[in-house]
Design a protein around this ligand. Structure first.
Ligand SMILES: [Zn+2]
Length: 451
């Protein structure tokens, strides 16, 4: 009887992100789901371990598809608390330009740990700051991901259009096109894993229309196609951005995206708010993914993503917490709650259900990252799971366990499994001294602001 074969038995509730009945639980072996058991069913052959899940609500591990880990160092900073996107960015850029490898390492660990504790097993990060001394930013992040045992899509971001050339970021934060492309190629060859169970993947991610040149957008698309990796950027987040595109390129955002060869299924976009019906149809036909970031969109008063029009048109929709300077929490289960409520304001209560939103946070997000091995519970999928208990005051008196997660505001998983390994047990990350991490990170954050 293999000791590694686990029966996660009879959960209180389980969301599979598909139509399978898993009320009898899951059998997990060699890091994958080997059997999905319906109500009253038992495993076909004996299991070395039985985990009694009668107190747990089980979800596929949540998947975060947009973040800027480094921004955990500039959360709730007074000068930008009440600013919209463009002035918010202009105030923060000079602070961010002082980022160092040691500070990025701490910020990455904090963001990942926070995500993991909220039930997230796979996280995408959009890192586009490479000031002098921080050329190896993504290498630093790869190391942090591996230490925590999560999965990540680390995107090699870039900024190449500085203030001097009519862009938004200050000159010291932008890089030359050749440097960006050479490093992108190096990172893909060094770290990008392919196939089922990949732990670290790399994508290419020029930052936004107002911080990169069309040349780097086109060259990134060519490189992504040649090396078969994904493409990511911010798009249609604010009306300021739309005005910028009209003035500089004479194009609306989606026309611009199309003009640089990005309108396709390899691309996923953060925010995707200000689209007209024709643009939604084009994004859907192209299969371009949209990462909805509700907290950030409310925080910066950017607008509301037209999620249902996008999915009806054929565009996959996933969820993201966005960077910690505009959320300012890296909590995926709370982000699902925000999505539920923000989207209800647009579409009404009946159209936006907890299951729909949890589907975005799991299966939808997996689609954005181009992954078919995670995001749902089915035979052969990776054993990436988030287990929540409903034993806190906030859940007392609740009836439907799955709805209670979002409606009562669950904010912390009791257990999290990645590839068959428990990474969170009793609400604690295995092998991580969180208090020591907080102490170091706070000090780094204070230093960064002080300059
Ligand atoms: Zn962002």
């Amino acid at each position: 009887m293999p000791a590694t074969r686990i029966w996660l038995k009879n959960p209180l509730a389980i969301f599979t992100a598909n139509s399978l009945d898993a009320r009898g639980g899951l059998v997990i072996e060699d890091g994958r789901i080997q059997q999905v058991l319906g109500l009253g069913q038992s495993p076909g052959s004996p299991c070395g371990q039985v985990f009694d899940a009668r107190e747990h609500v089980v979800l596929p591990g949540l998947i975060n598809t947009h973040h800027h880990f480094y921004q955990t160092l500039t959360r709730a900073w007074a000068p930008v608390v009440n600013q919209p996107l463009f002035p918010w960015l202009k105030t923060l850029y000079p602070v961010w330009a002082r980022l160092t490898p040691a500070k990025l390492e701490l910020a990455t660990r904090v963001a990942l740990a926070e995500l993991l504790l909220s039930g997230c097993t796979t996280a995408a990060d959009h890192h586009y700051l490479f000031p002098d001394g921080l050329e190896n930013a993504i290498d630093v992040q790869v190391e942090a991901v591996r230490k925590l045992g999560m999965r990540a899509m680390l995107t090699r971001g870039s900024m190449s259009l500085g203030e001097a050339d009519g862009g938004l970021p200050p000159q010291q934060t932008v890089q030359q096109g050749e440097v960006i492309l050479a490093d992108s190629q190096r990172l893909i060859h060094s770290y990008h894993e392919r196939g089922d169970g990949a732990q670290v993947q790399i994508a290419l991610a020029p930052c936004s229309p107002f911080s990169v040149t069309p040349q780097i957008m086109r060259a990134s698309a060519d490189l992504a196609k040649a090396l078969d990796v994904r493409l990511h950027t911010h798009l249609a987040e604010t009306l300021d951005e739309e005005d910028f595109c009209l003035q500089r390129f004479g194009l609306r955002t989606v026309d611009y995206l199309d003009s640089v060869g990005w309108l396709g299924p390899r691309t996923w976009l953060a925010h995707g708010i200000h689209f007209n019906p024709d643009e939604i149809a084009r994004l859907g036909a192209a299969g371009t993914g949209i990462c909805h970031c509700p907290s950030s969109n409310m925080r910066l008063a950017s607008g509301i993503c037209p999620t249902l029009e996008l999915t009806r048109a054929g565009a996959p929709v996933g969820l993201g917490v966005d960077g910690s300077a505009s959320n300012d929490a890296s909590n995926m289960i709370l982000e699902a709650r925000q999505a539920l409520y923000l989207q209800r304001l647009r579409y009404g209560a009946e159209a936006i259900t907890p299951e729909l939103v949890l589907g975005w946070a799991t299966r939808g997000s997996a689609q954005l990252l181009g992954r078919t091995d995670i995001g749902e519970l089915a035979v052969g999928k990776q054993a990436d799971l988030a287990l929540f208990k409903l034993d806190e005051l906030r859940f007392s008196g609740s009836h439907d366990p799955l709805s209670a997660l979002l409606l009562c505001g669950a904010d912390r998983a009791d257990r999290v499994m990645v590839g068959g390994q428990w990474r969170v047990v009793d609400g604690q990350i295995e092998g991580l001294d969180v208090q020591a991490l907080i102490a170091d990170h706070r000090q780094a954050a204070a230093q960064l602001i002080a300059g």
